[in-house]
Write a protein that binds this ligand. Sequence first.
Ligand code: 6GU
Length: 231
Amino acid sequence: MRIDIITALPSLLQGPFSDSILKRAIDNGLAEVHLHDLRNYGSGKHRQIDDYQFGGGAGMVMMIEPIETVINELKSQRTYDEVIYMTPDGEVFNQSMANSLSLKGNLIILCGHYKGIDERVRELLITKEISIGDYVLSGGELAAAVVSDAIIRLIPGVLNNETSALSDSFQDDLLAPPVYTRPAEYEDLKVPEILLSGNFGAIDKWRHEQAEKRTAKRRPDIWNKKHKTDE
Ligand code: 6GU
């Protein structure tokens, strides 16, 4: 999997890929992430990438040409499965979108800024628009990092068996059950007896029940949907 991220603020995106699971995935050649500084594609002495909006109003709009130039340059080098635009008015990201994107080969992710991008970029170049939730961020960069993380960890070989993504929250429409480690007793709080029993069949059953209880209580929306479709 290769992800090309186009951004006016590449330094905002360096951190998330320089540590832990994402760094290991990249070091092991399971994922490639390339950051492209939109400023390098800007026009004129000032490498302009944004301008005032037609019709007036506060806030700058990202121009078509620099974005088209970088996207065309990338497309001339390989074919892309999706050209994604990160925007609060996109489709709300979830685990099922992460699952299907993790099966793709090459992705472009464009991060918006200011008031957004010229609408014609969306018409001409973008194949998918993603939001990470109903709140507004200063730009698409943090959202692009979230989406990339959710996708890359699903690539086979990125996680080991123990941390397998199959047991993640949401993967089976259930939240994860509670987990404990040493000490077995902390102040008055004991780890549930069953987890110390060594009876792995009973432990699995307990965990599944806890996951169901937790989902029904905390996320009735997911719980009710699951039970409608199971019937
Ligand atoms: Cl993708 N971008 C911005 N700027 N804000 C957001 C978002 C994206 N998703 C949720 N809020």
